[in-house]
Design a protein around this ligand. Structure first.
Ligand SMILES: Cc1cc2nc3c(=O)[nH]c(=O)nc-3n(C[C@H](O)[C@H](O)[C@H](O)COP(=O)(O)O)c2cc1C
Length: 348
């Protein structure tokens, strides 16, 4: 059952966090967009041993508590990444903490991992397991944690029986200290600990990185990624940078910027990480996707899969179908039979 068309403009006018809560409620009540068409075969892709009907995924943060997996898969996504979940529930930062910048098709958020915690999260993941569709679980550490690595171990043990892949989030800008886990030695230790924690139920691991890394950090992360047994990297999380050209005065709000202004830097980083990792691991491209050609460009830059969040806020759920149709056309026009043939074809 689609949402009445008058609701979407209303949701865009009210406080962004309240709009998101109402959207989740509507989705849970069955008011979701559904994509009635089968995906074109050229969109199917195998990554990390998983078979995706299409490479377009829902990025982490939309479904932090694993409440709307089925409606989002029904909307046409090839996979849904839930979370970020932390071991204990936490409230996150004080409100307001999400800001829309419509002229820029961007969002700034400083939510700070507000979520209901691992116990509620895993119960919902477990309940979903019987259904079809690929589901990722994105884990982080509690703000007050004195031992962040043990939080990731707890998270990995909790979610691994019930998800198809796991994402180690070391790149959200709103939890103090979190991004320092991208440091070479710490990242290596963290990945080893998570791999060990999942021994009984191993699942492919992705590490989600920030777009604001120095050249040395980018090189270090590529080295760790190739040598640590992970399936791949997710490139990228939100940025703390505010490049010239962003119009809305809310650009001075603290937090992570997503949406259109992130498209270029995140795609450049993706391309660089593809070259650095020499195609040995899979990359998931995220940041600023609002069209089939954006998705196509990410794939040509080195992504095996892509994800989006902010585009959905500005363009609505029908965007997923449009992106898939346009991506299939772009692949054909580019002379590619399938997604796999296009991956990294323009990486530099
Ligand atoms: C409101 C909001 C909340 C987010 N929460 C998370 C999160 O909990 N974990 C995470 O890894 N990324 C989170 N993200 C980042 C997105 O997953 C994505 O990496 C980023 O927004 C860039 O993609 P986009 O431009 O398509 O939105 C969040 C983004 C937004 C806008």
């Amino acid at each position: 059952m689609d949402l009445p068309s008058t609701i979407i403009p209303f949701l865009r006018r009210i406080d962004p966090e309240r709009a998101h809560r109402l959207t989740l409620l509507a989705l849970k009540m069955g008011f979701g967009s559904s994509d009635p068409y089968a995906d074109q075969t050229s969109l199917a892709v195998e990554v990390a041993g998983l078979s995706f009907d299409n490479p377009i995924g829902l990025a982490a943060g939309f479904d932090k508590n694993a409440e709307v997996i089925s409606p989002m898969l029904k909307a046409g996504f090839g996979f849904v990444e839930t979370g970020t979940v932390t071991p204990k529930p936490q409230k996150g930062n004080t409100k307001p903490r999400v800001f829309r910048l419509p002229e820029d098709e961007a969002i700034i958020n400083r939510l700070g991992f507000n979520n209901q915690g691992l116990s509620a999260f895993t119960k919902r993941l477990q309940a979903h397991k019987l259904n079809t569709g690929i589901v990722g679980a994105n884990i982080g550490h509690n703000k007050v944690s004195t031992d962040p690595i043990s939080d990731y171990i707890t998270g990995a043990e909790g979610v691994s029986p019930y998800c198809d892949y796991l994402t180690i989030n070391v790149s959200s800008p709103n939890t103090p200290g979190l991004r320092s886990l991208q440091n070479k030695d710490t990242l290596h230790r963290l990945i080893e600990a998570v791999l060990k924690a999942m021994k009984r139920k191993p699942k492919p691991i992705f590490v989600k990185i920030a777009p604001d890394l120095t050249k040395v950090e980018r090189g270090d992360i590529a080295d760790v990624a190739i040598n640590s047994g992970i399936a791949g990297l997710i490139v990228s999380n939100t940025t703390t940078k505010r490049d010239a050209g962003i119009e809305n005065p809310l650009k001075t709000e603290m937090g992570g910027l997503s949406g259109r202004p992130l498209l270029r830097p995140s795609t450049e980083l993706l391309s660089e990480m593809y070259v650095r990792t020499k195609g040995k691991i899979a990359l998931i491209g995220v940041g600023g996707i609002t069209s089939g050609s954006d998705a196509y460009n990410k794939i040509c830059a080195g992504a095996s899969l892509v994800q989006l969040y902010t585009g959905l806020v500005y363009k609505g759920p029908k965007l997923v179908r449009r992106i898939k149709d346009d991506l299939a056309t772009s692949l054909k026009q580019g002379g590619f039979n399938c997604v796999a043939d296009a991956i990294g074809s323009q990486a530099k």
